[in-house]
Ligand binder design. Structure first.
Ligand SMILES: Cc1cc2nc3c(=O)[nH]c(=O)nc-3n(C[C@H](O)[C@H](O)[C@H](O)COP(=O)(O)OP(=O)(O)OC[C@H]3O[C@@H](n4cnc5c(N)ncnc54)[C@H](O)[C@@H]3O)c2cc1C
Ligand code: SF4
Length: 510
């Protein structure tokens, strides 16, 4: 028998976008239900066993790829969504991007966006990363970049009392990373919202421009659930939201189109002395140029093994040098040329492959920019004293001099020339803009042609943000909540773990 539930606001997906809207909805007094396909983990359920955690909290156990299988697409599948896997990097939507979105018809007024950024930052406790949490590879890498004429910067992060364990990408077992599972979701629950983890929304039932209900499946028991609401919000992420629209035959001409990414891979440098880069926060330093982004990426052993180039004995030997390795991720924002669609597998073998397909191939220019970024990363490591650099080439070739590295761009012609090529930042697929002929969602986040269906996640971005997107997605979802609820939001949010910590500090000071 199908269970039936009636609420005011139903939110699909509890990640960066969905969790923020769910909080505001519950706070406004609306009966709110958050539906999440992944499990609900407490920090005590999180361990440093990388394979186990990747299998539990990453979508498809970390094995989601594009159709050609030459690019992975990492996303979270748990309460809190991909925010649980982040390195805690918090960057605002850059002003040129805001203007470019406005030119496209997706207006985010500067003053209102600034207020949304501030509200989100206060809930997430965003502060510059404390130098005491830096891993020991930071200083040599910073010196290398300075020798190459670049001034490296640090990051602002959403940490509380972080101990710099270096395992952020499998969730924080100490509860010190203020991801959505530690902030917006419990704050929404405290305000009376309901949460259904392990529950996949399979289809949106609609008629004449109005959603009538969500058809869901409990992934543990197999039971079906029907949710009826006044307003429905999709926060299933840049693959999940277009997938759900396509399955439900909503905006099928445009849903899934204009998907963009920050694509990249990791360059390793082998130093004569042990650096012990694992001993601290993984990602402490960056160099951003207008052609590529470089972010330190000091991963724990299994993730290092999965991304370190080289085959068989070479790979094993390089892993033996784990303590000596520095790692720099190079990223390039792509044009919105990707596409999410329901492919052959979905049509003919639905029982076995009920999954959206992702098509993306980086352009020649995007690959060139990536290779340029890898050259700079490699040269900075050599300038800092590395004896050899391993760019993420499928051939496993290493480079021992800056001159040799000049050959790198010529060696890269396609995605499959890399190892570990992929993206943790898919965006677009339900693009926002005023013109319903070219966009899925209006500037008020309502799906064009639908009365009571909204989208509030990374899928609304007309093109890639060009910076790590979590904070920007939360700020945009904060704005979306205004339209979903048709109400002004509070100026400040005086609840949640960051607020309680500030109160404790103030109490201790008096
Ligand atoms: C390893 C990693 C590290 C990252 N580090 C950073 C960082 O340091 N800083 C930064 O800014 N960004 C980072 N990101 C990116 C950032 O986490 C994402 O861009 C952001 O969380 C996306 O927000 P979203 O709301 O669009 O989707 P998500 O946060 O992915 O949330 C979508 C949720 O919807 C659920 N869902 C999907 N389909 C359904 C369905 N049919 N029914 C029910 N639920 C469904 C999913 O399970 C998921 O929980 C990182 C990402 C990864 C993978
Ligand atoms: S580095 Fe800090 S925030 Fe990240 S998992 Fe470890 S303790 Fe948590």
């Amino acid at each position: 028998m199908t269970e039936e539930l009636d609420v005011d606001v139903a939110v699909v997906g509890s990640g960066a976008g969905g969790s923020v809207v769910a909080y505001h909805a519950a706070r406004s007094g609306a009966r709110t239900l958050l539906l999440e396909r992944g499990p609900h983990l407490h920090p005590r359920d999180i361990s440093h066993d990388e394979p186990e955690m990747i299998a539990r909290i990453y979508k498809d156990g970390g094995a989601q790829t594009n159709n050609a299988a030459d690019m992975f697409v990492l996303q979270g599948s748990c309460v809190g969504g991909s925010t649980v896997l982040t390195n805690g990097v918090c960057l605002r939507i850059p002003e040129p991007v805001r203007r470019s979105f406005a030119a496209h018809g997706f207006e985010l007024p500067a003053d209102e966006l600034a207020r949304s950024h501030e509200r989100v930052e206060s809930v997430l406790n965003v502060h510059p990363l404390a130098p005491s949490l830096h891993n020991p590879a930071v200083e040599p890498l910073a010196e290398g970049f300075r020798r190459m004429g670049h001034k490296p910067g640090g990051f602002r992060k959403n940490f509380l009392d972080c101990i710099g364990c270096g395992y952020c990408n499998v969730g924080c077992r100490y509860g010190q990373k203020l991801d959505a599972a530690q902030t917006w979701v419990p704050m929404a629950l405290d305000r009376g919202a309901g949460l259904r983890p392990d529950t996949a929304v399979e289809r949106i039932d609609h008629h004449r421009g109005r959603v009538l209900g969500l058809l869901c499946r409990d992934l543990v028991t197999g039971a079906t659930l029907r949710v009826r609401a006044d307003r429905y919000v999709l926060g299933a992420g840049a693959i999940g939201t277009p997938e759900l629209l396509l399955r439900s035959r909503i905006k099928t001409d445009l849903a899934g189109r204009f998907t963009s990414f920050h694509v990249g891979a990791i360059v390793f440098g082998d130093f004569p002395q042990p650096l012990d880069g694992f001993d601290g926060d993984q990602m402490c330093l960056h160099v951003f140029t207008d052609r590529f982004l470089i972010e330190q990426c000091q991963n724990p052993p299994v993730s290092t093994a999965l991304t370190l180039p080289g085959w068989y004995g070479d790979h094993a030997q390089r892993m033996q040098r784990y303590r000596h390795l520095a790692a720099l991720g190079v990223l390039v924002p792509t044009a919105p040329t990707g596409r999410v669609f329901l492919g052959l597998g979905h049509r003919i073998a639905r029982r076995f492959f009920d999954h959206a397909d992702v098509r993306f191939a980086a352009s020649r220019d995007e690959l060139t920019r990536l290779a340029e970024g890898m050259q700079l990363a490699g040269k900075a490591m050599l300038a800092a004293g590395a004896t050899v650099v391993h760019p993420p080439l499928a051939t496993g070739r290493s480079f021992a001099s800056a001159r040799d590295l000049d050959a790198l761009p010529a060696l890269v012609r396609r995605q499959s020339d890399f190892v570990g090529f992929g993206s943790s930042h898919p965006q677009g697929g339900a693009r926002a803009g005023a013109d319903p002929r070219h966009n899925v969602v209006g500037p008020d986040f309502r799906v064009h042609g639908m009365d009571n269906l909204f989208v509030a996640d990374a899928s609304v971005f007309p093109h890639a943000l060009g910076v790590n997107p979590m904070l920007g997605i939360m700020a945009v979802a904060d704005r979306a909540a205004r339209f979903v609820l048709d109400a002004e939001l509070p100026d400040s949010i005086d609840e949640g773990p960051a607020h309680r910590a500030r109160q404790r500090l103030a109490g201790a000071a008096t």
